[in-house]
Ligand binder design. Structure first.
Ligand code: CP
Length: 311
């Protein structure tokens, strides 16, 4: 993969996505060892710059960089000079002047990682921008599906919940369609974007029908702040219609269904404990795979070859 930046899955080819997934496999082997360290990125500096909260993405970029022996820097925007009014571009120039070579950026506005990429020498990774894309989340979801079911092509994958506000949904749709999956989005009509079918997906508003159809479901977080904006009535009603509950799974009569959730989960809203902690859910594997996928992305953006031989 000869790219300087990773801004979204929309711009990646099927081959590029497969290269990242292939290289994530030996990376996962590394993080399963007692000594999780290879010298691949020794001498490189990787920074994370997050303007929104994060547990998984930020920590896993940092761990991924450390496991590859890079030096790491994590900017806490809440206690940085951003609070004194420093502009985005001045923050970027400051990090660049310190020798940072790769930066993972999360921002509430769509397009910010692309804007940075046009104004810096650093490699930029989109760690989630507005409603636009969250490419490494989708890559780790694809990796987890492939790990569990040995393929993506031909699978029926449902994405459930707040599609409208979800960058995870958009990146997953791009990746799944490119790799040959059939995709259905399912949620309340107020949270399904108009003309989403143009992405190549089907729309379904009935959850039980969706569960009966799917091999894999990816359950999105209900962003509680959307309720105030009038997109939802009550969270209880949402749970009744779209929450993954014991009762809804039991109606499937033992059918195999792989259940993903990008986290953080709202237990008792979009997913119940019975489902989240049950044998079909792979939430913790997704987190582990997130480190491996981010190692693969860092390795490739730093110029690593496609053999993935990092030892
Ligand atoms: N899935 C995800 O992006 O989680 P964080 O917000 O914790 O990074």
């Amino acid at each position: 993969m000869k790219r300087k930046h990773l801004l979204g899955l929309q711009e990646l080819s099927k081959e590029e996505i497969n290269t990242i997934l292939d290289i994530a496999r030996p990376m996962r082997d590394i993080i399963m060892r007692d000594i999780k360290k290879v010298p691949t990125l020794r001498g490189k500096t990787v920074a994370t710059l997050f303007y929104e909260p994060s547990t998984r993405t930020r920590s896993s970029f940092e761990l991924a960089a450390k496991f590859l022996s890079a030096d790491t820097l994590s900017i806490n925007v809440g206690s940085s000079s951003v609070q004194k009014g420093e502009s985005l571009i001045d923050t970027i120039r400051t990090l660049e002047a310190m020798g940072v070579e790769i930066i993972a950026v999360r921002h509430q506005q769509s397009g910010v990682p692309k804007f940075i990429s046009l104004n810096t020498k650093m490699s930029v990774i989109n760690a989630g921008d507005g409603f636009h894309e969250h490419p490494t989340q989708a890559l780790l979801d694809l990796f987890t599906i492939k790990q569990k079911l040995d393929k993506i092509e031909g699978l029926k994958v449902a994405i459930i919940g707040d599609i409208y506000h979800s960058r995870v949904a958009r990146s997953n749709i791009w990746g799944l369609i490119k790799l040959g999956a059939e995709v259905t989005v399912c949620g309340p009509p107020s949270l399904i974007p108009v003309e989403i079918e143009k992405f190549g997906v089907k729309v379904e508003i009935n959850l039980q029908r969706t569960l009966e159809w799917a091999d894999v479901v990816n359950v999105l977080r209900i962003q509680r702040e959307r309720q105030d904006a009038g997109y939802l009535t009550t969270l209880d009603e949402y749970r009744d219609w779209y929450g993954l509950t014991q009762e809804k799974l039991e109606k499937l009569k033992g059918k195999k269904l792989l259940i993903l959730h990008p986290g953080p989960m709202n237990r008792g809203v979009e997913i119940d404990d019975y489902v989240a902690d049950g044998p079909n859910a792979v939430v913790n594997e997704q987190v582990t795979n997130g480190v491996a996928v981010r190692m693969a992305v860092l390795y490739l953006l730093a110029g690593g070859n496609e053999s993935g031989n990092v030892d």
